[in-house]
Structures are given as structure tokens and as C-alpha cells.
Design a protein around this ligand. Structure first.
Ligand code: NDP
Ligand code: OXD
Length: 286
């Protein structure tokens, strides 16, 4: 349902809606919806849409989106591992000088969020040679991945050199990436200070705490694709920091054709009596 096209129109009789940043009155105009589809993998802003009907909510899960998120995560880990910013600065200054050269196997990447994206990112980091561990809400047993659940967060952090955030934004994860958490990360990694990489949601991080941690050395670097305020304000200090990579919430954009192929597939399942896939647990918030 392309909302601008239907602005103000009565949408009675419409069975399905694909929503992202939809008009506030959408659901009051569409009283007969049977299923709502999120236009993205995350559903935080769908769950807060007013008058969201009490019908199944399906999120977007897609092979290409997953692959692209993993590419972004691997890229950021390698940029930090290979001290790319320093070499870029050296190149600009015509300086020919080598730095210490740890390999991926010297670094433990801890991934917070072991869902579709977190598990794929870990598999791909492992191919490059990184040591990997993961943290999730529930207890998990995943072949080849050392996992930690909710209460084991501090142990997980104490083993993590590069922290990757791939969490949904929920009441429990809001602000989780904060000063206290950063202070618990391992400082035994080869770069001397931990790195924070967030491809999940900006609401899960406290920007001011990241800034302070980068300035006082609690963090050695960061890669941020998501922010509390998006677009990132032009005067944000993050734009100009040598040890920070900023991308504009593009780690893994939804591809419209893939989205509608997924929606068609789910509608076919629904209409032939099969269970919908990728259903959102509204109580958990993801
Ligand atoms: P999933 O729902 O598959 O996985 C979510 C993971 O987070 C699960 O492992 C879940 O634990 C864990 N989790 C949730 N709440 C908590 C908590 N309170 N404590 C510990 N672990 C928790 O989501 P995806 O992997 O598909 O996507 C993750 C997020 O990535 C999306 O919600 C979205 O916000 C973001 N995203 C960002 C994009 C970008 O371009 N930057 C693109 C696409 C998505 P459990 O396994 O126990 O349920
Ligand atoms: C998503 C996103 O959740 O693009 O899919 O952030």
C-alpha cells in the first residue's frame, strides 16, 4: 500500500498492508486488514504506529539484506583491524610507515543479537578468521558459535575486543550501549582498546556516552550506521572523528522488489492456510 498515493482515501476492504513510515491515520482508514507487513527487518517504529490493528505482523527477512549486513559488519571489522584510517591519513601526508599488524584470529568479535543478521555475520567473520562469540536474550545452542544469554552479559563483554550491535530496538535494548557497558569490554585486544560497531538501531545507543568513551580511550574506535537522531545532525562530532566511521543507515537497505516477493510469498502461504513466517512477538517487541 503506497501511502502517498492513497492519502486520505477510505481503504475499507483492503486485506494487507506493507508499512514503514506510514501516515498516522492509515490504520483508521483500513479497518479490514488481515496481516500487516513491515517494510524492514526492524519493527520498532511499526509497533508504535497509532491504531496498529491486532492482526499478525510479519517482518522482512531476506537473503540479500542479510548478506549485505554481513558485508558491512565484516568491512567495519577489517577497517579497524587494518587501522585503515591511520594509513589513509599517512597516505595523505605522504608518510611511508608500517604499523603493528595483528591478524583477525587475534581479535574476538562479540555480536549482540544472535538472530538472522547476527548469526550470518558471525559465520562470515569466522571465514575471515576472527574469533567470535554471541549474546542473545534466550539460551542458544548454535553449532560453531560460543553463545551467552541475557544474565551472562558481563562475561560476554569481558571477552569482547570488537563489539557488534545487531539488536532490535525494544524496551529492554533501549540505551543498552552506554558508558557502563563500554567500560566492561576487554582491553586485552591487539589494538589496545575495544571497538564498537552498531548496525542495529540508534535508540539502543547513548551517543554522548560513545563520544566520551572515544575521547577518554575507553573505546579505540567506532563504526556507526544508526543514530538516536537520523539523519545525523550536520554538527554532530561523529562526522569529523578520525576513529569513527559513519554510514547513513545503509548497512542493509530493504530492496523493494525483494520485499514485495517476500510479501507475495507470505500472502500465498496465508491464503492457503499455511502459517506465516517471521512473525513479530509484540510482547517481546521484535
Ligand atoms: P532477529 O529478530 O532475527 O534477531 C534479534 C536478536 O536480538 C535475537 O537473537 C534476540 O534474542 C536478540 N535480542 C532481542 N532482545 C534482546 C535482549 N533484550 N537481550 C538480548 N538479546 C536480545 O533480528 P535480525 O537479526 O533480523 O535484525 C536485528 C535488527 O537489525 C533489526 O531489528 C533492525 O533493528 C536492525 N537492522 C538494521 C539495518 C540497517 O540497515 N542498519 C537493516 C536491517 C535490520 P533471541 O534470539 O533470544 O530472541
Ligand atoms: C531495517 C532497516 O530494519 O533498514 O530493515 O533498518
Amino acid at each position: 500500500m503506497a501511502d502517498p498515493v492513497h492519502k486520505g482515501r477510505d481503504l475499507s476492504g483492503i486485506d494487507y498492508a506493507v508499512v514503514w513510515k506510514s501516515a498516522a491515520d492509515l490504520f483508521t482508514r483500513a479497518p479490514d486488514l488481515k496481516v500487516v507487513f513491515s517494510g524492514g527487518a526492524g519493527v520498532d517504529h511499526v509497533l508504535t504506529l497509532s491504531h496498529l490493528p491486532d492482526v499478525p505482523l510479519v517482518r522482512f527477512v531476506d537473503r540479500s539484506l542479510t548478506t549485505r549486513m554481513s558485508e558491512w559488519v565484516v568491512l567495519q571489522c577489517l577497517l579497524h583491524l587494518r587501522q585503515h584510517r591511520t594509513y589513509e591519513a599517512q597516505a595523505r601526508a605522504h608518510v611511508w610507515e608500517d604499523l603493528s599488524q595483528p591478524e583477525a584470529a587475534d581479535v574476538t568479535v562479540g555480536v549482540m543479537g544472535l538472530g538472522v543478521l547476527g548469526q550470518d555475520a558471525i559465520r562470515k567473520l569466522q571465514v575471515i578468521g576472527f574469533r567470535t562469540i554471541g549474546w542473545s536474550r534466550s539460551v542458544k545452542s548454535i553449532e560453531g558459535i560460543e553463545t551467552f544469554d541475557g544474565p551472562q552479559l558481563d562475561v560476554f563483554l569481558s571477552k569482547t575486543d570488537f563489539l557488534v550491535g545487531l539488536l532490535p530496538l525494544t524496551a529492554d535494548t533501549r540505551g543498552i550501549f552506554n558508558a557502563s557497558l563500554f567500560s566492561k569490554l576487554s582491553r586485552r585486544g591487539p589494538l589496545g582498546a575495544p571497538v564498537f560497531i552498531n548496525g542495529g538501531r540508534g535508540g539502543s545507543q547513548i551517543g554522548a556516552d560513545i563520544l566520551t568513551a572515544l575521547q577518554d580511550g575507553t573505546l579505540g574506535g567506532a563504526s556507526l550506521d544508526v543514530f538516536e537522531e537520523e539523519p545525523l545532525p550536520v554538527d554532530s562530532p561523529f562526522w569529523n572523528m578520525d576513529n569513527v566511521y559513519v554510514t547513513p543507515h545503509v548497512a542493509a537497505s530493504s530492496d523493494v522488489r525483494a520485499l514485495f516477493a517476500h510479501v507475495e510469498q507470505q500472502i500465498e502461504r496465508f491464503e492457503s492456510g499455511l502459517p506465516l513466517q517471521h512473525l513479530v512477538d509484540r510482547k517481546a517487541g521484535y
